[in-house]
Design a protein around this ligand. Structure first.
Ligand SMILES: [Zn+2]
Length: 408
């Protein structure tokens, strides 16, 4: 016998428990209930329950398993009143979700009860199209996109690593990208530094990078630092950035950057390349080791051959720069597991990745508790100077093969 709409609704109501808005809010705040908004996008844009996952009714069965694989997670659904959520909850139960309820009275009752609700971040209609693939993923969504648009990332060097990192950070909508580089584009750069172009030879790399970035995405504000990173300017240059992407090719700059970034608590996504190899990690201040924890003593300059001496396969800095962009975006959004305390080694010839665990040095002159206290007291601990006579000692249990000297 055919069923009417009222029959279906009556059955759904009988099969699905309801939860009062206030109780749902308490459990949401305690982190014991996942709330799902099954309304249309236009309704969501008029306001929603904080932390709610938005999966429109039309896409619910299609997308729910990707977002909530566990069938026993407690969930409460809401729509504007409650009818659509009853049908949605019935279908989730049919998929094996065991603990699904409906917020009685829906979003209207929620607001009438004076419970907290949020307005989505306002993106322009052009931004909604440009970043639509980000907006589809709740891990990014409109709020994450707004976070990216409000973020500031500094690239040390507009070379091979910086080229691919900059292109994808710009495409992703990182709102401010700073670039420090004092060099000009050379014909020999173009084998890997894809942010530049043949007609830019002789042009400043910073300006060339800015042109490419803004041609790709005019949302990005590009800040140019046409200078060499030195002790006298490092704190001024890096201050105010949220994440630093290190594409430098000199040890001296890495130490300088490390010490200043640790003091200012700015994470540095580090990568370096050497012939067919690349390495990558994130120095997240006080969460994982810093560069000095791994390499306490700077090497003599002859142990740090750059690409101009050792050569590099052009795609290797491209790959490592992309991984840096990925890491920077994760840090900005606060998603995933950061590479703090992990070193990833890439071998282009085997197409293989290897991971090493890295530990903080409890006696590190820059990031140890004693070092922090000494800085606070205005008497920073002495650090080994670059080019000193002391032998270059690899720390962190790294083998000699991990000394990737060449930069971008
Ligand atoms: Zn350290």
């Amino acid at each position: 016998m055919p069923k009417s709409y009222s029959d279906l609704l009556r059955e759904a109501r009988a099969a699905v428990p309801e939860i009062a808005p206030r109780e749902a809010n308490d459990r949401r705040a305690a982190g014991t209930l996942t709330i799902i908004d099954v309304r249309e996008v236009e309704e969501w844009e008029q306001g929603f329950v904080p932390d709610a996952l938005h999966i429109g009714r039309g896409y619910l069965e299609m997308n729910i398993e990707a977002f909530i694989p566990e069938r026993d997670r407690p969930m409460a659904l809401y729509c504007s009143s409650e009818i659509r959520s009853y049908f949605a909850a019935r279908d989730l139960k049919a998929m094996g979700y065991q603990d699904v309820s409906v917020i009685s009275g829906g979003f209207n009752a929620w607001k009438s009860a004076g419970l907290p609700w949020s307005m989505p971040v306002a993106l322009t209609s052009e931004q909604k199209i440009r970043y639509s693939r980000h907006l589809l993923m709740p891990e990014v969504g409109a709020e994450g996109q707004a976070k990216l648009l409000g973020s500031k990332v500094l690239l040390i060097g507009a070379g091979g690593l910086g080229s691919s990192a900059a292109l994808y950070l710009a495409a992703a909508g990182v709102g401010t990208i700073g670039i420090i580089d004092f060099d000009v584009v050379d014909l020999s750069n173009l084998q890997r530094q894809v942010i530049h172009a043949n007609d830019r030879i002789g042009e400043r790399k910073t300006e060339s990078a800015r042109r490419t970035i803004n041609a790709l995405n005019p949302d990005v504000n590009v800040l140019l630092h046409d200078e060499m990173l030195i002790a006298a300017n490092v704190e001024r240059v890096i201050a105010g950035y949220d994440v630093i992407v290190d594409g430098t090719d000199t040890f001296e700059t890495r130490y300088l950057l490390n010490d200043a970034a640790i003091a200012l608590r700015i994470p540095v996504v580090h990568a370096s390349v050497f012939r067919f190899e690349g390495q990558l990690t994130a120095f997240v201040p006080y969460e994982g080791p810093c560069y000095r924890c791994l390499y306490p003593t700077p090497p003599p300059p002859e142990m740090a051959p750059g690409c101009s001496v050792a050569g590099v396969l052009g795609v290797v800095p491209g790959i490592m720069g992309l991984l840096q962009a990925n890491e920077a975006i994760k840090l900005l959004l606060g998603i995933g597991d950061s590479l703090a305390g992990r070193l990833v080694l890439f071998d282009a010839l085997d197409a293989s990745f290897t991971e090493l665990r890295l530990r903080r040095d409890p006696d590190c002159p820059v990031c140890s508790d004693a070092a922090v206290a000494a800085r606070a007291a205005g008497t920073p601990l002495a650090v080994p100077a670059f080019g000193a006579d002391a032998p270059f000692v690899l720390g962190g249990g790294l083998g000699a093969g991990a000394v990737a000297g060449g930069g971008a």
